[in-house]
Design a protein around this ligand. Sequence first.
Ligand SMILES: Nc1ncnc2c1ncn2[C@@H]1O[C@H](COP(=O)(O)OP(=O)(O)O)[C@@H](O)[C@H]1O
Ligand SMILES: [Mg+2]
Length: 315
Amino acid sequence: MTDLPHQNAPQRPYTTAPARTEENAALIARTPRFTLEQDVILSDVTRTALNECLARLRFHHTIYQQWDFARVDPMGMTAILNFYGAPGTGKTLCAEALAGQLGMPFLSLGIAELESKFMGETAKNIQAAFAQAKQSGALLFFDEADTLLGKRLSSVTQGVDNEVNAMRSTLLIELERYEGIVVFATNFARNYDEAFRSRIGYHVEFTLPDSAARRQLWEKFLVEKIPLADARDVLLDGASELSEGLAGREIRTCMRLALPKALLAAGYPAGEPALSLDHLRQAIAQVQATHHTIASRPDFPTAEAHTAKKLLGIQ
Ligand SMILES: Nc1ncnc2c1ncn2[C@@H]1O[C@H](COP(=O)(O)OP(=O)(O)O)[C@@H](O)[C@H]1O
Ligand SMILES: [Mg+2]
């Protein structure tokens, strides 16, 4: 226990390599697999907000890195973004695609990678993440960061509250001195600590897909080799109309549910399977039904609803 700093210990720069290998594994920046143009489908309002932010980041990259202006203006390369909005609307996907678009490695951390059962370790993990991102020139992404950005607790009674406060204070300090791009993804825009809110330069809202975006999403998931029983346009028009209110991830869930239906209906492998609008309609109804069941049960505990949705792949 000797090398575990107390949560009130003064902040020290992270100079030694983390000892535990599973933590190291989480801290590896990778080459982004997506780009904004090819992989992300957004409604106009989100796309516009993102483009505005991207224009500035691109501009920054040229000026500060290619032209080396960072040498005389070291803090100029910093941009802190928050992607917020309903689950399954593409925030995680978009963060990686943004790194892809900017030609930067992608360093992604969830709360699971940061959290530690050891006192003071969480704050240390945050410091390590910033150090690693700086070293590799990566876009640093904090996924599901609601807990991270929340208000610091004023009446600290338990160790866990202390830990949360230590983590948030460390994050503020690191953000203050970091030179680079940091993206947070959160499901709720409210209840942030004001200190975080004011440091975040861009708040980009991820809305549910509008009808044009839903059609593109269906198009993305209705990959070419799937045999179709109806004309492709009929499927796309029908499905995008029927799926109002569903997020991108839920559209993917619909496809996951619909494809086995096509196989079963044909008695595959004896018969030839073909996906019909009817299969899609049934799948959409199933996903909408889980929406409805969960939403209409006021006594349904939030955590349970969260778990249920996650298990169903609609969260
Ligand atoms: N806007 C979108 N464009 C393209 N695919 C999307 C979009 N939103 C969701 N998806 C699909 O759903 C999956 C999960 O989305 P994700 O980015 O994890 O959502 P969030 O982080 O907002 O909860 C993505 O990997 C992608 O396959
Ligand atoms: Mg996500």
